[in-house]
Design a protein around this ligand. Structure first.
Ligand SMILES: Nc1ncnc2c1ncn2[C@@H]1O[C@H](COP(=O)(O)OP(=O)(O)O)[C@@H](O)[C@H]1O
Ligand SMILES: [Mg+2]
Length: 322
Protein backbone atom coordinates (compact mmCIF):
# COMPACT_ATOMS: atom_id res chain seq x y z
CA UNK A 1 0.00 0.00 0.00
CA UNK A 2 1.43 3.39 -0.95
CA UNK A 3 1.64 5.84 1.92
CA UNK A 4 -0.26 9.10 1.70
CA UNK A 5 1.92 12.20 1.20
CA UNK A 6 0.95 14.46 4.07
CA UNK A 7 -0.43 13.72 7.55
CA UNK A 8 -3.66 15.54 6.65
CA UNK A 9 -4.10 13.42 3.54
CA UNK A 10 -3.30 10.29 5.55
CA UNK A 11 -5.83 11.17 8.20
CA UNK A 12 -8.45 12.08 5.63
CA UNK A 13 -7.93 8.81 3.79
CA UNK A 14 -8.14 6.78 6.97
CA UNK A 15 -11.36 8.42 8.22
CA UNK A 16 -12.81 8.20 4.71
CA UNK A 17 -11.96 4.49 4.48
CA UNK A 18 -13.36 3.71 7.91
CA UNK A 19 -16.59 5.55 7.24
CA UNK A 20 -16.86 3.96 3.78
CA UNK A 21 -16.44 0.55 5.34
CA UNK A 22 -19.12 1.25 7.93
CA UNK A 23 -21.58 2.60 5.34
CA UNK A 24 -20.99 -0.40 3.09
CA UNK A 25 -21.52 -2.74 6.03
CA UNK A 26 -24.75 -0.95 6.95
CA UNK A 27 -26.01 -1.09 3.39
CA UNK A 28 -25.17 -4.79 3.12
CA UNK A 29 -26.94 -5.57 6.38
CA UNK A 30 -30.01 -3.70 5.18
CA UNK A 31 -29.93 -5.40 1.78
CA UNK A 32 -29.23 -8.96 2.92
CA UNK A 33 -31.01 -9.20 6.27
CA UNK A 34 -34.76 -9.66 6.57
CA UNK A 35 -35.02 -6.19 8.15
CA UNK A 36 -37.03 -3.68 6.10
CA UNK A 37 -37.95 -0.07 6.55
CA UNK A 38 -41.16 1.33 5.11
CA UNK A 39 -41.41 4.68 3.38
CA UNK A 40 -43.28 6.02 6.40
CA UNK A 41 -41.52 4.37 9.24
CA UNK A 42 -43.61 2.03 11.41
CA UNK A 43 -43.30 1.99 15.21
CA UNK A 44 -42.10 -1.63 15.20
CA UNK A 45 -39.20 -0.73 12.91
CA UNK A 46 -37.77 1.87 15.28
CA UNK A 47 -35.89 -0.68 17.51
CA UNK A 48 -34.34 -2.24 14.39
CA UNK A 49 -33.11 1.15 13.21
CA UNK A 50 -31.80 2.01 16.68
CA UNK A 51 -29.84 -1.24 16.93
CA UNK A 52 -28.40 -0.68 13.44
CA UNK A 53 -27.41 2.88 14.29
CA UNK A 54 -25.82 1.78 17.57
CA UNK A 55 -23.75 -0.86 15.74
CA UNK A 56 -22.60 1.66 13.14
CA UNK A 57 -21.65 4.28 15.73
CA UNK A 58 -19.79 1.77 17.92
CA UNK A 59 -17.86 0.30 15.01
CA UNK A 60 -17.01 3.78 13.74
CA UNK A 61 -15.89 4.92 17.20
CA UNK A 62 -13.70 1.86 17.81
CA UNK A 63 -11.98 2.04 14.45
CA UNK A 64 -11.39 5.79 14.67
CA UNK A 65 -10.10 5.57 18.20
CA UNK A 66 -7.44 2.96 17.40
CA UNK A 67 -6.46 4.90 14.29
CA UNK A 68 -6.03 8.16 16.12
CA UNK A 69 -4.35 6.74 19.24
CA UNK A 70 -0.83 7.66 17.98
CA UNK A 71 -1.89 11.33 18.18
CA UNK A 72 -2.19 10.97 21.97
CA UNK A 73 1.32 9.55 22.16
CA UNK A 74 2.50 12.48 20.09
CA UNK A 75 0.76 15.07 22.29
CA UNK A 76 2.10 13.42 25.46
CA UNK A 77 5.61 13.59 24.03
CA UNK A 78 5.17 17.26 23.11
CA UNK A 79 4.25 17.99 26.71
CA UNK A 80 7.34 16.13 27.95
CA UNK A 81 9.78 18.17 25.88
CA UNK A 82 11.61 20.17 28.51
CA UNK A 83 14.90 21.74 27.53
CA UNK A 84 17.67 21.43 28.57
CA UNK A 85 16.83 17.83 29.41
CA UNK A 86 17.14 15.29 26.66
CA UNK A 87 13.66 14.05 25.78
CA UNK A 88 12.73 10.67 24.39
CA UNK A 89 11.45 10.15 20.88
CA UNK A 90 7.91 8.99 20.07
CA UNK A 91 7.70 5.33 19.13
CA UNK A 92 6.55 5.31 15.51
CA UNK A 93 5.75 1.61 15.29
CA UNK A 94 2.07 0.72 14.80
CA UNK A 95 1.20 4.28 14.00
CA UNK A 96 -0.27 3.48 10.57
CA UNK A 97 -0.72 6.51 8.38
CA UNK A 98 0.36 8.84 11.19
CA UNK A 99 3.87 7.45 10.79
CA UNK A 100 4.86 10.54 8.75
CA UNK A 101 3.68 12.95 11.39
CA UNK A 102 5.60 11.12 14.10
CA UNK A 103 8.84 10.82 12.15
CA UNK A 104 8.65 14.53 11.26
CA UNK A 105 8.15 15.37 14.92
CA UNK A 106 11.08 13.18 15.97
CA UNK A 107 13.27 14.76 13.31
CA UNK A 108 12.26 18.21 14.58
CA UNK A 109 13.32 17.22 18.12
CA UNK A 110 16.67 16.02 16.72
CA UNK A 111 17.23 19.33 14.96
CA UNK A 112 16.22 21.41 17.98
CA UNK A 113 18.46 19.43 20.30
CA UNK A 114 21.50 19.60 18.07
CA UNK A 115 20.97 23.32 17.49
CA UNK A 116 20.60 23.87 21.21
CA UNK A 117 23.67 21.83 22.02
CA UNK A 118 25.84 23.69 19.54
CA UNK A 119 24.51 27.06 20.72
CA UNK A 120 25.23 26.32 24.36
CA UNK A 121 28.61 24.79 23.45
CA UNK A 122 29.55 28.09 21.81
CA UNK A 123 28.31 30.11 24.76
CA UNK A 124 30.07 27.94 27.32
CA UNK A 125 33.30 27.90 25.31
CA UNK A 126 33.21 31.70 25.15
CA UNK A 127 32.62 31.82 28.91
CA UNK A 128 35.51 29.44 29.60
CA UNK A 129 37.86 31.45 27.38
CA UNK A 130 36.89 34.64 29.10
CA UNK A 131 37.44 33.08 32.52
CA UNK A 132 40.82 31.82 31.42
CA UNK A 133 41.77 35.28 30.20
CA UNK A 134 40.66 36.98 33.43
CA UNK A 135 42.40 34.33 35.51
CA UNK A 136 45.63 34.85 33.58
CA UNK A 137 45.44 38.61 33.90
CA UNK A 138 44.70 38.45 37.62
CA UNK A 139 47.59 36.11 38.13
CA UNK A 140 50.11 37.79 35.85
CA UNK A 141 49.26 41.47 36.30
CA UNK A 142 47.80 42.04 39.76
CA UNK A 143 49.62 39.03 41.18
CA UNK A 144 52.96 40.37 39.92
CA UNK A 145 52.37 43.89 41.23
CA UNK A 146 51.38 42.57 44.64
CA UNK A 147 54.46 40.38 44.76
CA UNK A 148 56.68 43.36 43.97
CA UNK A 149 54.87 45.41 46.65
CA UNK A 150 55.37 42.61 49.13
CA UNK A 151 59.12 42.42 48.47
CA UNK A 152 59.51 46.20 48.72
CA UNK A 153 57.60 46.19 52.01
CA UNK A 154 59.79 43.41 53.34
CA UNK A 155 62.90 45.48 52.64
CA UNK A 156 61.25 48.54 54.20
CA UNK A 157 60.31 46.61 57.35
CA UNK A 158 63.92 45.51 57.77
CA UNK A 159 65.18 49.08 57.60
CA UNK A 160 62.29 50.92 59.26
CA UNK A 161 62.59 52.65 62.61
CA UNK A 162 60.81 50.82 65.42
CA UNK A 163 58.03 53.45 65.59
CA UNK A 164 56.51 52.49 62.23
CA UNK A 165 57.67 48.89 61.98
CA UNK A 166 54.45 47.43 63.42
CA UNK A 167 52.32 49.39 60.96
CA UNK A 168 54.47 48.30 58.05
CA UNK A 169 54.20 44.69 59.18
CA UNK A 170 50.39 45.01 59.24
CA UNK A 171 50.47 46.39 55.73
CA UNK A 172 52.68 43.50 54.70
CA UNK A 173 50.14 41.03 56.08
CA UNK A 174 47.29 42.76 54.25
CA UNK A 175 49.18 42.66 50.96
CA UNK A 176 50.05 39.01 51.50
CA UNK A 177 46.37 38.18 52.17
CA UNK A 178 45.33 40.05 49.00
CA UNK A 179 47.88 38.11 47.01
CA UNK A 180 46.51 34.83 48.34
CA UNK A 181 42.99 35.96 47.52
CA UNK A 182 43.90 36.95 43.96
CA UNK A 183 45.58 33.59 43.45
CA UNK A 184 42.60 31.71 44.81
CA UNK A 185 40.16 33.68 42.63
CA UNK A 186 42.32 32.95 39.60
CA UNK A 187 42.39 29.27 40.54
CA UNK A 188 38.62 29.13 40.91
CA UNK A 189 38.17 30.83 37.55
CA UNK A 190 40.40 28.37 35.79
CA UNK A 191 42.24 25.74 37.79
CA UNK A 192 45.76 25.13 36.49
CA UNK A 193 45.61 21.67 37.99
CA UNK A 194 42.88 20.71 35.50
CA UNK A 195 45.01 21.47 32.47
CA UNK A 196 48.32 20.34 33.91
CA UNK A 197 47.58 17.41 36.17
CA UNK A 198 44.14 16.20 35.16
CA UNK A 199 40.71 15.83 36.69
CA UNK A 200 41.68 13.74 39.72
CA UNK A 201 44.18 16.31 41.00
CA UNK A 202 41.86 19.20 40.26
CA UNK A 203 39.01 17.53 42.16
CA UNK A 204 41.33 16.80 45.08
CA UNK A 205 42.38 20.45 45.20
CA UNK A 206 38.73 21.52 44.96
CA UNK A 207 37.71 19.27 47.86
CA UNK A 208 40.60 20.44 50.03
CA UNK A 209 39.80 24.06 49.41
CA UNK A 210 36.10 23.44 50.09
CA UNK A 211 36.80 21.61 53.36
CA UNK A 212 39.15 24.36 54.48
CA UNK A 213 36.79 27.19 53.61
CA UNK A 214 33.58 25.68 55.01
CA UNK A 215 34.66 23.26 57.73
CA UNK A 216 32.39 20.62 56.17
CA UNK A 217 34.02 17.18 56.07
CA UNK A 218 34.58 15.79 52.57
CA UNK A 219 34.75 12.04 51.99
CA UNK A 220 36.46 11.77 48.63
CA UNK A 221 36.71 8.62 46.61
CA UNK A 222 38.50 9.29 43.34
CA UNK A 223 40.07 6.28 41.69
CA UNK A 224 43.47 7.27 40.29
CA UNK A 225 43.65 7.00 36.56
CA UNK A 226 46.53 6.64 34.19
CA UNK A 227 44.80 7.81 30.99
CA UNK A 228 43.71 11.40 30.63
CA UNK A 229 40.07 11.94 29.72
CA UNK A 230 38.99 14.25 26.93
CA UNK A 231 39.45 17.91 27.96
CA UNK A 232 35.75 18.71 27.52
CA UNK A 233 34.77 15.74 29.72
CA UNK A 234 37.21 16.84 32.42
CA UNK A 235 35.94 20.40 32.30
CA UNK A 236 32.26 19.36 32.53
CA UNK A 237 33.02 17.15 35.56
CA UNK A 238 35.05 19.86 37.23
CA UNK A 239 32.44 22.58 36.75
CA UNK A 240 29.59 20.33 37.92
CA UNK A 241 31.54 19.28 41.02
CA UNK A 242 32.38 22.94 41.66
CA UNK A 243 28.76 24.12 41.38
CA UNK A 244 27.49 21.19 43.48
CA UNK A 245 29.97 21.97 46.27
CA UNK A 246 29.10 25.66 46.10
CA UNK A 247 25.45 24.71 46.50
CA UNK A 248 26.25 22.51 49.48
CA UNK A 249 28.09 25.41 51.12
CA UNK A 250 25.34 27.89 50.34
CA UNK A 251 22.12 25.96 50.82
CA UNK A 252 22.46 22.52 52.37
CA UNK A 253 23.33 22.98 56.10
CA UNK A 254 25.36 19.82 55.68
CA UNK A 255 27.94 18.28 57.98
CA UNK A 256 29.43 15.90 55.46
CA UNK A 257 29.88 15.68 51.69
CA UNK A 258 30.74 12.64 49.59
CA UNK A 259 32.45 13.03 46.24
CA UNK A 260 33.02 9.92 44.12
CA UNK A 261 34.50 9.64 40.69
CA UNK A 262 34.38 6.28 39.04
CA UNK A 263 35.65 5.65 35.52
CA UNK A 264 35.21 2.43 33.55
CA UNK A 265 35.95 1.70 29.91
CA UNK A 266 32.58 2.94 28.72
CA UNK A 267 31.32 5.39 31.32
CA UNK A 268 32.27 7.92 33.93
CA UNK A 269 30.18 8.44 37.03
CA UNK A 270 30.55 11.47 39.24
CA UNK A 271 28.51 11.72 42.43
CA UNK A 272 28.34 14.57 44.90
CA UNK A 273 26.09 13.92 47.88
CA UNK A 274 25.49 15.75 51.12
CA UNK A 275 23.72 15.00 54.40
CA UNK A 276 21.99 18.37 54.51
CA UNK A 277 18.38 19.44 54.33
CA UNK A 278 17.67 18.37 50.74
CA UNK A 279 14.40 19.43 49.12
CA UNK A 280 15.65 21.12 45.93
CA UNK A 281 12.41 22.30 44.37
CA UNK A 282 13.19 25.18 42.03
CA UNK A 283 16.18 24.79 39.78
CA UNK A 284 18.07 28.05 39.42
CA UNK A 285 20.80 29.27 37.12
CA UNK A 286 23.37 27.02 38.80
CA UNK A 287 21.53 23.77 38.22
CA UNK A 288 20.38 24.66 34.74
CA UNK A 289 24.01 25.52 33.92
CA UNK A 290 24.95 22.02 35.09
CA UNK A 291 22.30 20.55 32.80
CA UNK A 292 23.60 22.54 29.83
CA UNK A 293 27.12 21.30 30.46
CA UNK A 294 25.91 17.72 30.84
CA UNK A 295 24.15 17.94 27.46
CA UNK A 296 27.42 18.98 25.82
CA UNK A 297 28.96 15.59 26.51
CA UNK A 298 25.77 13.60 26.07
CA UNK A 299 25.58 12.89 29.77
CA UNK A 300 22.75 12.16 32.17
CA UNK A 301 22.44 14.46 35.15
CA UNK A 302 20.08 13.45 37.93
CA UNK A 303 19.48 15.36 41.13
CA UNK A 304 17.65 13.59 43.88
CA UNK A 305 16.87 15.62 46.92
CA UNK A 306 14.19 14.27 49.25
CA UNK A 307 13.42 16.88 51.95
CA UNK A 308 15.40 16.19 55.10
CA UNK A 309 17.56 13.52 53.50
CA UNK A 310 20.27 15.45 51.72
CA UNK A 311 20.95 15.98 48.05
CA UNK A 312 22.68 13.80 45.51
CA UNK A 313 23.91 15.03 42.15
CA UNK A 314 24.84 12.20 39.82
CA UNK A 315 26.46 12.65 36.45
CA UNK A 316 26.92 9.73 34.09
CA UNK A 317 28.97 10.41 30.96
CA UNK A 318 29.18 7.79 28.25
CA UNK A 319 32.78 7.43 27.07
CA UNK A 320 33.72 6.03 23.67
CA UNK A 321 30.44 7.21 22.19
CA UNK A 322 32.27 8.14 19.00
N1 LIG B 1 22.78 20.76 48.11
C1 LIG B 1 21.63 21.44 48.27
N2 LIG B 1 20.92 21.31 49.42
C2 LIG B 1 19.75 21.98 49.60
N3 LIG B 1 19.20 22.80 48.68
C3 LIG B 1 19.85 22.99 47.53
C4 LIG B 1 21.10 22.32 47.26
N4 LIG B 1 21.50 22.67 46.01
C5 LIG B 1 20.57 23.52 45.54
N5 LIG B 1 19.58 23.72 46.44
C6 LIG B 1 18.36 24.55 46.24
O1 LIG B 1 18.10 24.64 44.85
C7 LIG B 1 18.07 25.99 44.45
C8 LIG B 1 18.65 26.15 43.07
O2 LIG B 1 20.05 25.95 43.02
P1 LIG B 1 20.91 26.64 41.88
O3 LIG B 1 20.27 26.31 40.58
O4 LIG B 1 22.33 26.22 42.03
O5 LIG B 1 20.73 28.19 42.13
P2 LIG B 1 21.45 29.13 43.24
O6 LIG B 1 22.52 28.31 43.90
O7 LIG B 1 21.99 30.26 42.44
O8 LIG B 1 20.34 29.52 44.19
C9 LIG B 1 18.84 26.76 45.51
O9 LIG B 1 18.38 28.07 45.61
C10 LIG B 1 18.54 25.96 46.76
O10 LIG B 1 17.31 26.36 47.32
MG1 LIG C 1 23.99 27.33 42.88
Amino acid sequence: MKRARTPAAALFRRVFLINGLIFTLGTLILALSPATVSARIKLTEIPVLMVGLAIILTANGLLLRTSLAPLDRLAASMRRVDPPRRSDRVDDRNSGDLHHLITSFNAMLDRLESERTSASATALAAQENERQRIARELHDEIGQSLTVALLTLKRAVDRAPAAIRAELQDTQETVRASLDEVRSIARRLRPDALDDLGLQSALTALCNEFAQATGIAVVKHVVPQTDRLKPEVELVCYRIAQESLTNVARHADARKVWLDLHVTADRLTLRIADDGKGGVAMEGAGISGMRERALLVNADLTISSPPGEGTEVRLVIPLRSD
